[in-house]
Structure formats: structure tokens, C-alpha cells
Design a protein around this ligand. Structure first.
Ligand code: GLU
Length: 492
């Protein structure tokens, strides 16, 4: 049976899901940086869940932290989602535009004495926090303002004192029946009366997230594990508002292969970086889906449609997921071999233009044959673009190590000279005839084929690896090939 129906929470109210019978999920990033793989994975899981259940996927920008939120970051998030193909049905909603709503909810709690004004200054709180830590006690709020009467509090406010608003935490235990982690129980004693509205009138995350999830009738909250510890506070707020809580699914952290936190030093980490590097969005989507979710223990390749059809939360693991750049590159290389040539052409043209090549002058058939040849070994679209230099650049750069090994020996130079002379005369210039020529030269000289292939490749491309040498020579054209070999023979 689907996980959606088997999880029974012991929350005091029924979920919105049962009221509306429609899944409503949200992706709620804070626009304080680029969309990294962790956020993208959360977005993807929400999107897949929504699409699988024919539900609604909402985008909510959690930009209440004015100092850290930027428009640039919001744009990057929108671009990243669009590029990955994660379309949303409602939003984007901006929390910064909803302050009055949050204040209304806070007022309700104040009216019902479920929250109270707190006049403790940040300095005083910091002092108490330090004392508690020094005494090896958890730094919890000591409840100084909890017993102030409403009248006392209002008088102080009228006198110009600044006050934050604190929520009166509930006693006992909070159970979360997490759809990924199972039952997680928190002892409410570890919590304190937390701030929901700062003294400057700005709302705090735990409040805004609950108010919005209520207002947006969210049925399932699928988010990173780092928010699990916030969940008891949020559940208390649902209860205080007399509203049903959504189901929660906290997905595991993403680590690097060395089991440390994934960071810049492990390589690209944001969606836009992967786009820039020439990854295909469908490959990244496929790879991200496998970060914590598995359909079975063998299938790795899933189209978007298959992911939508097969995705379910009960197959999401609570163990940390490992982000392996090599595996992603490998997956991308497989996708590069499969996509229609026209798609690659479309992606490559701007890159080739950027490199200064006059695309209008390039013959289409030739262009397609080179894409076909190069995509067999490429890991990214960018690799293909780079390798176009083999064919189009005026001059190539030869890797020094490769030159030393393959171009310096006298034997190599003799073979290259023969190749150059013969290639120049070769008619018709076909793959078959080029191959025959290589066999002829090496047979005549009594050397192995590799003794000519390796120096030729280095002379032609500057590198020791690349596509098949005969196809390469053919695609390069006689004139360029001869020119490249000549340049090598003339040097030193
Ligand atoms: N804005 C939070 C974040 O970017 C997400 C909050 C949530 O999903 O509940 O981490």
C-alpha cells in the first residue's frame, strides 16, 4: 500500500490530506545563496511526490531574513528549478510580503495567552546563556517574562519598551511519525518558550513556516533532516492554532564520498554550476533522485516520467546519501550518448560561438558527424565543445608529457613524416583508406599499429586520448591533419 495512507500520526487533528483528498506540497528555500544539490533534491522529491499523486507543488521563498536574502539568489533558484524542469503550480510566494499575516497569527496566540511578551534584552539573554553554558546547563530561556500579566506587559509597551513574543511551549512529549524516519519522540523538556516574533516585529522561521503551511493547506512537508529538530516546535504551534499538522518526511543529509559534509572542495555543488559545466538536466534529475531514493537495488536510469510513476516516500532511505561527482559524470556521459543529436547541436552552438567559431560557415553534416564522434567519450556538453578545437582551432596546445613520450622519439618522427606525406596524397580521403594507410605504413616499418596511432593522436589533438584515430582524421579533413603533423615535425 502507498505510504501516503499507512502513516497514522498521533497528532491531535486529522491532516488536510483527508479533508481535501489532494496532495499539496511545497519547496520553501531561503534565498541566501545558490540552489545546491541538497535543496534541489528536496525540490525534486516534493515535485515528484506532487506529480505522482496528481497534487499541487508550491514554491515559497522564505526571505524573512532581509540581511541575508537576495534577489539574485531568488533568481538563481527560479532559474535552477526551470532548468531542471520542476514546474510549480502555485507561487512563488514571498514570506517578506506576508508579515501582516504572521502578526495576525501571533496576535491570536497572545489573545489566548498561548504566547506572551518578553522584555528581556538580547544582552541580558546572552549573559544568561553564557552562565548556563558555564554551569553545563542547556541554555534555555528561564521564563522571566512568562508570568507578566497582560496589563503589565501592555503598560511597558506603551511606555516605549521593546518586546519580543514568546510561545508558551507545551509540556510532555512530542511524537513525530515521520514518513522516512519512523517514529521520533521528543521530550518537550529540552525545549523552552521560543521566540516567534522578534522585538522589531519580524517573525521567526518556526512561526512563518507553520502559518504558511496552514494557509497553503500543505499536506506533506518533505524537507532536509536538519529541520527535524524544529518539528516539535512546529507541531506545538499547529496544536496551539487548532489546525491539522501535515505529514513530515525528513530526508537524510547528503555527504561527499569521504563521508564529510558536501562542500565546494568536493567540486560543483549548485544546480547552475552543473548547467554551466555542461550537464544535462535530465541526467542531474536522475542522479538527484537516487540521493536517498531507490526503486530497487539495481535500476539506476529513470526518465522523468518513470520517476513520477515510481517515486514513493516509503522507498526513501534515512541513511545519509553520498554525492559522487564521478558517478554523476558517468551518468551524464550515458545521457549524452542517448539524447537526440539535434538537442546537442542546440546546446553546442552557443558554446562554439563563444569560442569564436563562425557557426554559419560550418557544414551541418560535418557538424553532426563530429558531435556523433565526440559524444561517445564526452562526460559533459562542455567536453564536446572543447574537443571541437581538434577540428577547428588554428593551433592546438600539446600536453608536454604527451609530447615528450610520443613526439620526441626519432622513430615516432619518421613514422609521422611518412604519414604526413602519404596522407597528403591520399585519394579519396575516406575512413577506410585512412585505416589502410596506417596498416600499410606500420607493416612496411615492421612496427605495431600503436606506434603510429599514439604519436599521430598527440600531433593531431595534443592529447593521448580521444575518438578513434581514423574517424578523427576523417572529420578533421586532410588539410588540417597534414598541417598539424607538419607543425609537429617542424618544431625542434
Ligand atoms: N527555508 C528553509 C530552508 O531553506 C526550509 C524550511 C522548510 O522546508 O520547512 O532550509
Amino acid at each position: 500500500m502507498d505510504s501516503l495512507f499507512v502513516c497514522v500520526h498521533n497528532y491531535p487533528f486529522e491532516s488536510f490530506y483527508f479533508m481535501e483528498n489532494k496532495v499539496r506540497v511545497r519547496f520553501a528555500p531561503s534565498p541566501t545563496g545558490y540552489l545546491h544539490v541538497g535543496g534541489a533534491r528536496s525540490a525534486l522529491f516534493n515535485w515528484l511526490f506532487a506529480r505522482h499523486h496528481r497534487g499541487i507543488f508550491i514554491l515559497r521563498i522564505e526571505d524573512t531574513d532581509a540581511a541575508r536574502s537576495t534577489e539574485e539568489s531568488t533568481r538563481a533558484i527560479l532559474d535552477s528549478l526551470a532548468w531542471l524542469g520542476l514546474d510549480f503550480d502555485e507561487g512563488p510566494f514571498f514570506q517578506s510580503e506576508r508579515t501582516a499575516l504572521y502578526q495576525k497569527y501571533v496576535q491570536k496566540l497572545l489573545d489566548e495567552n498561548k504566547a506572551y511578551f518578553c522584555f528581556c534584552s538580547p544582552e541580558l539573554l546572552e549573559e544568561k546563556r553564557k552562565k548556563a553554558l558555564a554551569a553545563k546547563l542547556p541554555p534555555k530561556y528561564d521564563g522571566t517574562c512568562a508570568s507578566l500579566t497582560k496589563a503589565e506587559a501592555l503598560t511597558r509597551i506603551d511606555n516605549g519598551e521593546k518586546a519580543a513574543v514568546r510561545f508558551r511551549k507545551l509540556e510532555g512529549f512530542t511524537d513525530i511519525n515521520d514518513l522516512v524516519r519512523g517514529r521520533v519522540t521528543f521530550d518537550n523538556r529540552v525545549l523552552d518558550d521560543f521566540i516567534i516574533l522578534r522585538s522589531d516585529g519580524t517573525p521567526v522561521y518556526n512561526l512563518t513556516v507553520v502559518v504558511d503551511d496552514i494557509e497553503m493547506r500543505i499536506t506533506h512537508v518533505i524537507r532536509g533532516e536538519e529541520h527535524l529538530s524544529n518539528t516539535p516546535r512546529q507541531l506545538m504551534l499547529y496544536q496551539a492554532f487548532g489546525q491539522p499538522a501535515p505529514y513530515f518526511a525528513h530526508v537524510s543529509v547528503i555527504l561527499a564520498p569521504d563521508k564529510t559534509k558536501l562542500s565546494k572542495r568536493h567540486g560543483a555543488a549548485s544546480v547552475l554550476e552543473f548547467r554551466e559545466l555542461g550537464y544535462l538536466p535530465e541526467a542531474l534529475m536522475n542522479y538527484l533522485a537516487l540521493l536517498g531514493w531507490a526503486y530497487d537495488d539495481k535500476t539506476e536510469f529513470f526518465s522523468k516520467e518513470e520517476l513520477i510513476e515510481k517515486f514513493s516516500l516509503d522507498k526513501v532511505s534515512k541513511n545519509p546519501a553520498i554525492f559522487d561527482h564521478n558517478k554523476l559524470s558517468w551518468m551524464n556521459s550515458i545521457y549524452l550518448k542517448r539524447v537526440p543529436l539535434s538537442r546537442l547541436e542546440e546546446l553546442l552552438i552557443p558554446l562554439l560561438k563563444e569560442k569564436g567559431y563562425d557557426i554559419e560557415k560550418i557544414n551541418k553534416t560535418w557538424l553532426h558527424s563530429v558531435i556523433e564522434l565526440e559524444r561517445q567519450r564526452a562526460k559533459t556538453v562542455k567536453d564536446i565543445a572543447t574537443n571541437f578545437d581538434y577540428y577547428l582551432a588554428d593551433k592546438i596546445t600539446i600536453e608536454p608529457e604527451a609530447a615528450k613520450k610520443h613526439l620526441s622519439p626519432a622513430e615516432s618522427r619518421i613514422l609521422l613524416l611518412m604519414l604526413e606525406t602519404e596522407l597528403d596524397k591520399l585519394e579519396p580521403y575516406t575512413i577506410e583508406n585512412i585505416e589502410k594507410l596506417f596498416i600499410k605504413i606500420t607493416t612496411e616499418k615492421g612496427v605495431k599499429l600503436g606506434q603510429l596511432v599514439h604519436p599521430a593522436r598527440v600531433a593531431l589533438t595534443g592529447k593521448t586520448v580521444g575518438p578513434g584515430i581514423y574517424e578523427l582524421l576523417f572529420a578533421m579533413g586532410k588539410e588540417t591533419a597534414v598541417k598539424r603533423i607538419k607543425a609537429v615535425l617542424e618544431s625542434k
